[in-house]
Ligand binder design. Structure first.
Ligand SMILES: NC(=O)c1ccc[n+]([C@@H]2O[C@H](COP(=O)([O-])OP(=O)(O)OC[C@H]3O[C@@H](n4cnc5c(N)ncnc54)[C@H](O)[C@@H]3O)[C@@H](O)[C@H]2O)c1
Length: 278
């Protein structure tokens, strides 16, 4: 990945969205709070951003994919009575994460919620990985989480309140084939979760990870087309017999980010249809 990131608001000022729609919640759990969601241009991250918007948070959607991000921020402006900002840039770099923090501060002030969702699997037998695919796997999943967490923690510490929710992966424990490289990255996210949760436990900051198995989004659909037998093996480990819907993952994230989850920290919580139990 490039050493630096060029961040830009997808539309200056006007990207801070305030539009009316019938979907407006009368009251929301996150009213008055700022939530930052990484990897929010599509898929699970976008569903998480929408879940926070429905519950009245001011939401910062961050992603390396600027065109997709701009399009989604425009759509959110049309359909939600919501306050949202799109920030484009590569979050696997320290400067990228710092730029996200700076733009969040300028637009909305202190964020109390950070969802480290940016990531995605490069699912290959280990020896089929190239140096590039291995680096990309670690960059996307682990470095984005490390740098963004490092950028946003000091403000949470100053405010004695914060919620960090990471996206991990159930494959770290359910034994799916061809996941070793990806599991190395997501295992790092799981380990960061438990370590940080202890370190910040008395500071009003909780840190948890949501670990999905297969989720009904574009990456799984592509995999089904390209390697149907392998994809079928992934689904066959799920007792519920199907992939999770995006919203089923998002609702666990918003729960962990809420004040209701004050006594839950350092947990890796699977949303996996039972593919691992206990
Ligand atoms: N889809 C699944 O079945 C599944 C299963 C387990 C875990 N997960 C995890 O859930 C999260 C979301 O998955 P998804 O299926 O929505 O993936 P996705 O590929 O649809 O979306 C991931 C987003 O992250 C963004 N991103 C990647 N690298 C980035 C970077 N360096 N800086 C900024 N943005 C970056 C991408 O542009 C993309 O918009 C990921 O962390 C993924 O590993 C997904």
């Amino acid at each position: 990945m490039a050493a630096s990131a060029s961040f830009c608001e997808s539309r200056t000022g006007a990207d801070t969205v305030n539009a009316s729609s019938p979907a407006s919640p009368a009251a929301g759990r996150f009213r008055g709070q700022v939530a930052v969601i990484t990897g929010a241009a599509r898929g699970i991250g976008l569903a998480i951003a929408e879940a926070f918007l429905r519950e009245a948070a001011a939401v910062v959607l961050a992603d390396v994919s600027e065109t997709e991000l701009q399009g989604e921020v425009r759509r959110l402006r049309r359909v939600h009575d919501a306050t949202a900002l799109g920030v484009a840039g590569d979050l696997s770099t320290e400067s990228g994460a710092q730029a996200l923090l700076d733009q969040t501060q300028r637009a909305f002030g202190d964020a109390s919620i950070l969802v480290n969702n940016a990531g995605g699997g490069v699912i290959l037998p280990f020896l089929s990985h190239t140096p590039e695919t291995l680096r990309a796997t670690i960059d996307r999943n682990l470095w984005t989480t490390l740098w963004c967490t490092r950028a946003f923690l000091p403000t949470m510490l100053r405010n004695r309140y914060g919620r960090i929710v990471n996206l991990g992966a159930d494959s770290v424990r359910n034994g799916l084939a061809d996941h070793a490289g990806y599991n190395a990255a997501k295992g790092g996210v799981h380990g960061l979760t438990t370590g940080l949760a202890r370190e910040f436990a008395t500071a009003g900051i909780t840190i948890n990870t949501v670990a999905p198995c297969a989720v009904n989004g574009e990456p799984l659909r592509k995999f089904m087309q390209q390697k149907p037998e392998v994809a079928q093996r992934f689904l066959s480990v799920i007792p519920l017999g199907r992939a999770a819907e995006l919203e089923e993952v998002a609702s666990m994230v918003t729960y962990l980010a809420s004040r209701d989850a004050a006594f839950v920290t350092g947990q890796v919580i699977s949303v996996n249809g039972g593919s691992t139990m206990l």
